[in-house]
Design a protein around this ligand. Sequence first.
Ligand SMILES: C[S@@+](CC[C@H](N)C(=O)[O-])C[C@H]1O[C@@H](n2cnc3c(N)ncnc32)[C@H](O)[C@@H]1O
Length: 389
Amino acid sequence: MSDLPAPSAEALAHSERLAGLIRREIRDSGGVLPFSRYMELCLYSPGYGYYSAGAQKFGAAGDFVTAPGISPLFGRCLARTCSGVLEQLEYGDILEFGAGTGVLAATLLAELERLGRLPGRYLILERSGELRSRQQETLSRLASRLLERVDWLDELPEGGFRGVLLANEVLDAMPVERFRWDGNGVERFHVECRGDDFGWRPRETHDPALVTAVRRLAEGTGLLPGYVSEINLLLSPWLQGIAAMLSRGLLLLVDYGYPRHEYYHPQHREGTLMCHYRHRAHENPFLWPGLQDITAHVDFTAVAEAGAAAELDVLGYTTQAWFLLDCGLDSLLQAAGPTDSAAYLRQAREARTLILPGEMGERFKCIGLGRGLVDPVPGFRGQDFRYRL
Ligand SMILES: C[S@@+](CC[C@H](N)C(=O)[O-])C[C@H]1O[C@@H](n2cnc3c(N)ncnc32)[C@H](O)[C@@H]1O
């Protein structure tokens, strides 16, 4: 880890406070914590977690950049998806999960106004109080006729939701279980204290939810003994909750990940756990708790299966590149062309980052789940990769 820039003394003190809290919870739980709980505390512990406290996170001065921060073209394309669905439904709302800095919400509202297809309300459900404040600050710059449509929720609406639900890079930020398949049984990775540090402690588990899920995976993909990976057991209940409140509309999930046969491929036999600190990616989740992001890739087959189990239609699955192109990325780019060549060149550079295969274009996928939609959804009318799931 010697190539990582050292955090400030203040940041290290903050991390040490969170580490102390985790050490206490480990001690109170008999010496170990499941990795999912460790990840939950690192990311979301109130006042201390990476997302819940004041770390910069997004942008050049933070740890990573997401598509809405790379270019407004991303949000302008997604506006075409929202517009298509809202037109089909005649009216509806938008609900964004985990809205980060709020920049996607701002771009979407401005573009939907240009398209003459504003949602009734733009709702945001955000786990982090700190990010909610940042979103409020970003969106306070909107014209009041747009801002008055925006509202923050503490929980999912009761039911009868009609419209579009969006989650960009939210699934990868959900706490996952780490496991090892031994050819017959399952070990769950726990976290233990090693002096002032933390370390792995795999233990045989009989937890029915984890054992059943891993056994199914092992049978379906032919996992070899010793294979280590992650599984998101929170995904299914999360989608069940959404399905229960969705009367008609689309849930669009954008994230990095693979279909199951690629996710649990022998080449990924150490899993997909990844940490981000100051634009460097590494694999040590025990470094500086609370100061770095911890993520796992998304198993899109699991998303499709959990969606179908919740009685949602799988409306489309494709790469981010094909999705944005079907939404008209190239015409948006052309429109910047003749009059302003500096803007054109900047946007062309941003578009390349969003769609080139070696950048985000193929690593990021888009999946659409929904209910009560008959017409094709913009973004999914081009290349349909559902057969890969
Ligand atoms: C990697 S950030 C992505 C932020 C933003 N969507 C973007 O693209 O820049 C992950 C976000 O998801 C939020 N999050 C994680 N789990 C969530 C959940 N179950 N419900 C709502 N937000 C969640 C985090 O607080 C954070 O805002």
